[in-house]
Design a protein around this ligand. Sequence first.
Ligand SMILES: O=C(O)[C@@H](CO)OP(=O)(O)O
Length: 248
Amino acid sequence: MHRLILLRHGQSRWNAEDRFTGWTDVGLTDRGIAEAREAAGLLKDAGIDVDVAFTSVLSRAIETLHLVLRDMDRLWLPVHKHWRLNERHYGALQGLNKAETAERHGAEQVFQWRRSWNVPPPPIEPDEPRSAVSDRRYAGIAKANLPRGESLKDTTDRVIPFWTEAISPALRLGARVLVSAHGNSLRGLVKHLDGVADQDIPLFEIPTGRPLVYELGADLTPLRRYFLGDGGTVEEITWPDREGSAAA
Ligand SMILES: O=C(O)[C@@H](CO)OP(=O)(O)O
């Protein structure tokens, strides 16, 4: 059996302020730091160890990973950072308050932007200061390939090549893998792993700082998936049984 742990970063400053964040690089709040440390405690209590970690190039996921590895006494493990694990790029919505945006554009429109499978947010202009074009961490990516606003489908489409080329080979070699990333990049990965139907993914939320453990078969097919809870409890995830869906 292979084991994969997915971890959404602890609460960020903009989570706390209810702002669309996306590729904006904001740090953790005190609560976010506490959540990351609680995640380490849950992993240790469950007897789960890790051999290699992957994260995005955004500070909130990197900081969360470091806090977890430090508390697990595993700071020495190999860590691979990649932009493909970044949060969904929220385009021109980045920086706006979510409740105010709902008042302005309507709750249904905002729900579509936030949770639909394939509705992208309004795009950001490449020459805007908020764009990733001028950010040195993305210097190696062709400008034309830098996202300007992604749907969940767009996000998933850029996460999966990294899953295929980097994460799944590590699992196949027998490594226990921890991925510290973001609400939407992880939702996309879950959708892919479990073959979740498009209409079921909008209601699936990954809480900040709560480890989601996947037990995978030899061919990396999910056998079980569950959130770790206090006192050694687990919360199993099941998906509606739909025709055409590979989900269990
Ligand atoms: O703002 C964001 O980048 C994400 C995650 O916090 O928000 P949402 O959950 O609304 O997709």
